[in-house]
Design a protein around this ligand. Sequence first.
Ligand code: HEM
Length: 199
Amino acid sequence: MFGLSYLDISGSLGLCATGLLCFNFILGILLSTGFKSQPFWKKLPEKIRLLPVERIHNWTAYLALFFAFLHPCILFIDKASGFEWKHIFVPLSAPKQPAIVLLGVISFFALIIVILSSQKIIKKKLGFRTWKNIHLISYLTALLFLIHGLFMDPLLKDRPTDFIDAEKLFSEFCILLLLVAAYYRFHYFQSKQTKLRKK
Ligand code: HEM
């Protein structure tokens, strides 16, 4: 299709899932740091401040899951790739880079768990603390799918990672963005703890 192979399409879907999950992660960090009362948020144009951040956070997760699901599905159509359905459940038997495939598979299932646990009825049954602890899996999920995306050879030829290839630069940019976001989250947590201790 348009000169694209199934492998190209699968790789692009993986990159879309990565981009969406990173955006989703940043929105999650905004939500957990009382963003509306932060000085930087108040300075943003009204159009941005009126965006339904919580709803966008939910929908980017659903869309990312959809892309993360299609990504291996398209790969399975390409018989020459040697990948089959069973590799989702036994990733270590994958024909190429099994350990790195395993990281992608773990992040895929972790994403499903986080999304399921956030459904209103389930969230209510779990209680805030358990739900929050499950939600924190997302930090590990992000780490796993980013390593997976960075080290998988898009041509499945066991080549070493080309760190200045456009697709890999995208994953590196996402890693940097998430490190800054996680640092901001940690800083917020620490200053909150200090304020509580002073009270
Ligand atoms: C959250 C889930 C996942 C994300 C975000 C993700 C992301 C990515 C990214 C960004 C790439 C590199 C594409 C490129 O450099 O052009 C990739 C490659 C790859 N991924 Fe995943 N992946 C996920 C889950 C999975 C799963 C469940 C499998 C199961 C078999 C898998 C198998 C592969 C394979 C074989 C490649 C190399 C071939 C290709 O580029 O399609 N991934 N993935």
